[in-house]
Every structure is written in structure tokens, then in C-alpha cells.
Write a protein that binds this ligand. Structure first.
Ligand code: NDP
Ligand code: DXP
Ligand code: MN
Length: 380
């Protein structure tokens, strides 16, 4: 039987790789929905290849343009509300959330409410409102399957294991585009330099997050929600080769790791086919050719974002909503050339300092806090 899939963010890095996985195993899947932002020409191309019943774009104008090129029966949504509607539309077995930022929260909740499994790439969603997403998923009996490479690695290591025997999980971090520079050398780095990730080809926002280490901070919080684990039991090490994607230490001191070349099509496919495995169109890891793997301690002085993320995570409630929203705005400002690279963490830290955490926030409180943090982050 084919699996029906809706991809939110189909024109981005994760979205296009998801469609690549699907194109390589075509008879296993049916694409039911595709949602993009503004890249209308790529969305039209994808729709012509995969024939979705539902599509969504960012604006009404983009929707009018799309309608000119697709069969009359295609339902075309647009905007924030459209994203929520497409997430719940039809009979998809899985909704892949590959849009960037906390704007993915409404659609993720809508997919879960409609009983659809979520293939979660959009980590900002869990950082913004992990308690809402995971409690709703549990209540509805809906699976949230990780696509983020580290969380897929942990998920694979935990397969068949008793959760009570887990001692610690460790996320690996490449160190990002400036891993071999001192803090002093970061003052005048350019956007172009920051966008050169050593191992992964990804969208702009996550590539900057990787350079500031905010990405690993977001991932620590993401892991807390996906695996219901204490922050004290989540570690991070720098592993420049990105071959070990993360590992779990058990009670008996056995350590299980998941290894592979840095290629997101592997974790994407695992989420799509779990619990089965299928051949992927990716290269194979040859450890002899690889030769050596390196590890070094995470230094919170070098990467203050780690400290901020753990502090926000431990404060819980709206603190992680603020951490995420402030970071999204600061990264956007850096990409627009408005602030320097080191200002990203300055913005996040100062907005977190201004915030008084609200415990156990509902969806409305989350939305208001997200909005407040965005406004503050534009002006500090
Ligand atoms: N790239 C990677 O390897 C990894 C990514 N992730 C996570 O996956 C998510 C996606 O990352 P990535 O693929 O790199 O990001 P990209 O920037 O490459 O893609 C973002 C996608 O979101 C869409 N989008 C942007 N704005 C809107 C909007 N207003 N409405 C609807 N869609 C919109 C874009 O559409 P358009 O281009 O048409 O405007 C695009 O399809 C992020 O949360 C990231 O942290 C996690 C692990 C690895
Ligand atoms: C591919 C993936 O999952 C990214 O989140 C990756 O982890 C980024 O690399 P860093 O380890 O540099 O953050
Ligand atoms: Mn990751």
C-alpha cells in the first residue's frame, strides 16, 4: 500500500530532499499535499511531477499564479491559515514539517489534531511549544518522528530499548562554519563566511544557527521534548566530521551510536518508512577511508548560546519560546546585514533577561510571547 505524504516547506533544503527520497522509491508513496513559501516556480515544477491534490503558498498573489499552471481540481491554499488547512487536509499518513521557524507551530498542531503522523524537521516548533505538541500527540495517539539527524540517531539507538535503562544522551555538533576560530576572530565575520557550513548543505537560517551553536541549543530542547529526558542527562560534544550523528549511554555503560555520511536523506527516509528501512540514494560510509574521528568538549565560553539554551530549557514555560523567537529575529537581522555575528547572542541574551517566564503556557500565551519577543528583538 502506498503511503500518503504532505510536505510543508517542499521547496527548501529538507523539502526537496524529502521529494528526492520519494522520487527514488516512487511506488511506495503518494504526494497528497505540497506547501511552499514564495518559490512559486519550483512549487509548480514539483506539482507537475508529483500531482498533489492540495498545494499552499505564502500569499494570495502566489496562489493566483499557481492556479494558472495546475489542473483545475487542485485545491490551492495560501497564507498562515492555508498552511494550517493543508496540514489537516486529506488522508495523509504523514505530514513532513520542513518549513523554517515557529510559524510551523499551528500547522504541526493541526496535523496532529487531524490524526496525521508528523515527520518533524521544524525543530523551532518543539522549542516554542514542546509541551503543547507532545501532549496533544500523546492524547491523540499520533507519532512525532524526528527528522533532525541527531534526534533520528537517538531514536534509532533507543529502538527496542527500555527507556528506564537510558543514562545519558549526547548530541554531536560539527562546530559550524567558525569552529576553528577564537571568539575574538568572530567580531567581523561576514554573512557569506557564516553560510559556509563545513559538512551539511542546509537552509540559511539553520546554517547560521549552526555557526552560533544556537542550533545545538535548539536541539537540546528538542531532545528534552522528544525523549522526555532531563536537561542534566543531555550532553553535547563537538565532533567536526559529523559521522557519528549522536549516541546514547545506557545503565550498563554500553554506548550505542548511529553513524553515516552527512546526508539528510537517510533520517528523512527513516521517518517516512519507520519501522522499516529502505535503500536510499545516498553514499555509503567507509570507516577505513574515513580513518579518524575527532571529539572535543563543548566550551560554553566559546559558545554562550549553549548556556542560554540550557538556562531557557531549565526555566521551561515561555523561556524557550523567547529563546527561539529572539534567535529567529536576530538571525534574520544578521542575514539582512543589520547586526554583526556576535550581536545574535547579545540580542537573545538581552531579550531573555527582559522576560518573566510564564509556566505551562497555553497556545494563546505562546503566540503572544512569541510576538513580544520578536518585537523586542527588532530593537535591541
Ligand atoms: N536543512 C537541513 O539539513 C536541516 C533542517 N532542519 C530544520 O528543518 C527546517 C527547514 O530547514 P531548511 O530546509 O534548511 O530551510 P530552508 O530555508 O531551506 O527551507 C524553508 C522552507 O520553508 C518555506 N517557507 C518559508 N517561509 C514560509 C511561509 N511564510 N509559509 C510557508 N512556507 C514558508 C520555504 O519556502 P520558499 O522557499 O518557497 O519561500 C522553504 O520551503 C528548519 O526548522 C530547520 O531547522 C533540521 C535538520 C537539518
Ligand atoms: C543536519 C542536521 O541535523 C543539522 O541540524 C546539523 O546538525 C547541523 O550541524 P551542526 O552540528 O553544525 O549544528
Ligand atoms: Mn541537527
Amino acid at each position: 500500500m502506498t503511503k500518503k505524504v504532505t510536505v510543508l516547506g517542499s521547496t527548501g533544503s529538507i523539502g526537496t530532499q524529502t521529494l528526492d527520497v520519494i522520487a527514488n522509491d516512487r511506488d511506495q508513496y503518494e504526494i497528497e499535499g505540497l506547501a511552499a513559501g514564495n518559490n512559486v516556480s519550483l512549487l509548480i515544477e514539483q506539482a507537475k511531477q508529483f500531482h498533489p491534490t492540495y498545494v499552499c503558498v505564502a500569499s494570495k498573489e502566489a496562489a493566483e499564479e499557481v492556479k494558472l499552471h495546475l489542473p483545475a481540481g487542485t485545491k490551492v491554499y495560501y497564507g498562515e491559515q492555508g498552511l494550517i488547512e493543508i496540514a489537516a487536509a486529506g488522508q495523509s499518513d504523514m505530514v513532513v514539517t520542513a518549513i523554517v521557524g515557529s510559524r510551523g507551530l499551528g500547522a504541526t498542531l493541526a496535523a496532529i489534531r487531524a490524526g496525521k503522523a508528523v515527520g518533524l524537521a521544524n525543530k523551532e516548533t518543539l522549542v516554542t511549544a514542546g509541551h503543547l505538541v507532545m501532549s496533544l500527540a500523546q492524547e491523540r495517539g499520533v507519532a512525532v518522528l524526528p527528522i533532525d539527524s541527531e534526534h533520528s540517531a537517538i531514536f534509532q539507538c533507543l529502538n527496542g530499548e527500555s527507556r528506564s535503562s537510558v543514562k545519558r544522551i549526547t548530541l554531536t555538533a560539527s562546530g559550524g562554519s567558525f569552529r576553528d576560530r577564537t571568539r575574538e576572530e568572530l567580531a567581523n565575520v561576514t554573512v557569506e563566511q557564516a553560510l559556509k557550513h563545513p559538512n551539511w548543505s542546509m537552509g540559511a537560517k539553520i546554517t547560521i544557527d549552526s555557526a552560533t551553536m544556537a542550533n545545538k541549543g535548539l536541539e537540546v530542547i528538542e531532545a528534552r521534548w522528544l525523549y522526555d529526558i532531563d536537561y542534566d542527562d543531555i550532553g553535547v560534544v563537538i565532533h567536526p566530521e559529523s559521522i557519528i550523528h549522536s549516541y546514547v549511554e545506557f545503565e550498563d555503560h554500553s554506548v550505542m551510536a548511529q553513524l553515516g555520511l552527512p546526508d539528510m536523506r537517510v533520517p528523512i527516509q527513516y521517518a517516512l518508512t519507520y519501522p522499516a528501512r529502505r535503500p536510499t540514494p545516498t553514499g555509503r560510509l567507509d570507516l577505513v577511508k574515513q580513518g579518524t574521528l575527532h571529539f572535543r568538549e563543548m566550551d560554553e565560553q566559546r559558545y554562550p548560546m549553549m548556556k542560554l539554551a540550557y538556562a531557557a530549557g531549565r526555566a521551561a514555560g515561555t523561556a524557550t519560546t523567547v529563546f527561539n523567537a529572539a534567535n529567529e529575529v536576530a538571525v534574520a537581522r544578521f542575514l539582512r546585514g543589520e547586526i554583526g555575528f556576535l550581536d545574535i547572542e547579545r540580542v537573545v541574551e538581552s531579550v531573555l533577561e527582559k522576560h518573566t517566564t510564564i509556566s505551562n503556557p497555553d497556545e494563546q500565551t505562546i503566540a503572544e510571547t512569541d510576538q513580544w519577543a520578536r518585537q523586542q528583538s527588532e530593537v535591541v
